[in-house]
Design a protein around this ligand. Sequence first.
Ligand SMILES: [Zn+2]
Length: 194
Amino acid sequence: MAGLMKVITGEMFSGKSQELARLVLESLGQGHQVQVFYPSSATRGSDRDLERRLPPHPRLSVSSVSPGTPGAMADLTPASADVVAVDEAQFFSKELVNVAKAWRREGKLVLIGGLDQDYLENPFGYMGDLMCIANEVVKFHAFCAACQSADAFVSHRVSSETGQVVVGESNYVPLCQDCYLSALEVREVPVFVD
Ligand SMILES: [Zn+2]
């Protein structure tokens, strides 16, 4: 079959991993062999993680890979896998872009899930590159946790740490733009330096 790359993105709590799990289960139901990857050092440790949403299945392999060496995913992917899913893709280094292209050239369905923006509205990792080369991009949105009347667009950090990568769902809430700007007004805006 012709390869296809689909990116599922949005802020935290938007339902990305749920959608990725749905697509993986659908592929398994169609008889496909599925390989799932997630970054080893940045899992949320939550029941919402993709790997915890998937029940054991004879045609499903789930592996964690160091975010700095996404090339390892190419080596770990069996030739028989016709579907590959990568969750938390924002944490992987740029090599993931080439790995994903290679999978697509091999005729695989490539499913990429990850955050589009960090907590300061900056593009996260190489998600932008992956969105550019994808055949399809879907953005999911949570309801704003503050007003609960608008779509969220960003994962607002409620803890005081300032690095780009601070893992843990309890550190974030999804906010709409109005509520995000209000939240930033009540404290000094942190600045992330790449
Ligand atoms: Zn709001």
